[in-house]
Design a protein around this ligand. Structure first.
Ligand SMILES: *Cc1c(COP(=O)(O)O)cnc(C)c1O
Length: 396
């Protein structure tokens, strides 16, 4: 296929731009139909019932598979739906090795729901091959990685872990939400399955909830196809269209997110009210080298610790341009407080052991001008400093 030779920017811009023979439409239409007429007994147009396969969703799924260098793509009603489908590959008695620092919803799914079906998980630093080896049990079936992790931005060497997993007959599953296939393609590094919260960078505009799964290999692709159709948490035609619309500008957005995040993290790391900045794009970050080896760029998310927890409340209250809101990866800058929001479901001991404490803020840097973002942070930090100095206590 000629498209295979195109660079990723071109392939992204052209998602769904198939030569539709009737009208020549440049973007793929929304087919709302849930049922498809059969030409005659024993024949099908390839579409029978929309949960199984639906034309607009198919265009998105093919694009996702192609972008991630996989064999099949599956569009789901949310990132969590995608994760649930993937975890349903496992059965009672199976064990998973999972990244220590993890999206809170994934932890909740494993600990509160999968656990009811007898699937257990150990949380380890997936960058430590000795720790991986020590946590491997006779019933271990897979390694689940986030890299970078959310919110602490720990980096795992995908090729090294996949090679180790393969040696022991385990699947490697990577949540690639934070980097997207524009910057990182885990299947090319040896992983078997990639999952996305497409709600984040892929959609990119904080206006569509979606998830994607991309698989490598015929058998795994057939298994996920079966689960996706049987469970039924598929993406609607309208949301499939909306997601493709967002993905067309992914390259431009990721490049801007990256430059903005670097500028803002450089500003914060020398600020007197900031203790630490966690951003893999900074050369001093412990994962910087591995990240540079396996990805072609850096995400727009980073976390930082203020020197005094009393600053948190007034900072969030005084931000003007930057919204205090959950989620990440959209064009608008958003700041969250992981210990009470996205990561509240992770027990306090685990959160504190890894550093998700009451001084940590997570910042999803948008595509606004970096000078405006820095000015907004600067005034909120200054307002917080004055309040804490004057009041000695911050009112919540
Ligand atoms: C948001 C997120 C999810 C969950 O996705 P939803 O679309 O919110 O269901 C999973 N993993 C990561 C890394 C996320 O940021």
């Amino acid at each position: 296929m000629a498209e295979d030779k195109l660079r990723i920017e071109s392939r992204l811009a052209q998602i769904g731009s198939v030569s539709e023979p009737v009208t020549g439409a440049i973007n793929y239409p929304i087919y709302q139909a849930t049922a498809f007429r059969h030409p005659r007994l024993g024949q099908s147009t390839g579409f029978d019932y929309a949960r199984t396969k639906s034309p607009t969703r198919t265009i998105l799924e093919e694009a996702a598979a192609e972008l991630e260098s996989g064999d099949a793509g599956f569009a789901c009603s949310s990132g969590m739906a995608a994760l649930q489908i993937v975890f349903t590959l496992f059965a009672s008695g199976d064990h998973l090795i999972v990244s220590l620092d993890l999206y809170g919803g994934t932890y909740r799914l494993l600990e509160r729901i999968l656990s009811k079906y007898g699937v257990t998980a150990s949380y380890v630093d997936t960058n430590d091959l000795e720790a991986l080896e020590a946590s491997r049990q006779p019933n271990t079936k897979a390694v689940f990685i986030e890299t970078p992790t959310n919110p602490l931005m720990m980096i795992t060497d995908i090729a090294a872990v996949s090679a180790w997993a393969k040696k022991h007959g385990l699947l490697t599953i990577v949540d690639n939400t934070l980097l997207t296939p524009f910057f990182q393609r885990p299947l090319e590094l040896g992983a078997d399955i990639v999952v996305h919260s497409a709600t984040k960078y892929l959609g990119g505009h904080n206006d569509v909830l979606a998830g994607l799964i991309v698989t490598k290999g015929k058998e795994l692709s057939e298994e996920i196809f079966f689960l996706h159709n049987s469970i039924g948490s598929v993406l609607s035609p309208t949301d499939s269209y909306q997601l493709m619309r967002g993905m067309k500008t992914l390259a431009l957005r990721m490049e801007r997110h990256q430059t903005n995040a670097l500028a803002v993290s450089n500003y914060l790391k020398t600020h007197p009210q900031i203790d630490k900045v966690y951003y893999p794009g900074l050369p001093e970050h412990p994962g910087h080298q591995v990240q540079s080896k396996q990805s072609s760029g850096n995400t727009g998310i980073f976390s930082f610790k203020v020197t005094d927890a009393r600053y948190v409340e007034p900072i969030l209250r005084n931000l003007k341009l930057i919204a205090f809101a959950e989620s990440l990866g959209g064009v608008e800058s958003l700041m969250t407080y992981p210990s009470v929001q996205t990561h509240a479901d992770i027990p306090l001991e685990i959160r504190e052991a890894i550093g998700v404490d009451d001084r940590l803020l997570r910042f999803s840097v948008g595509i606004e001008h970096s000078d405006d973002i820095i000015a907004d942070l600067g005034q909120a930090l200054e307002a917080a400093r004055i309040e804490v100095e004057q009041g000695g206590c911050a009112h919540g």
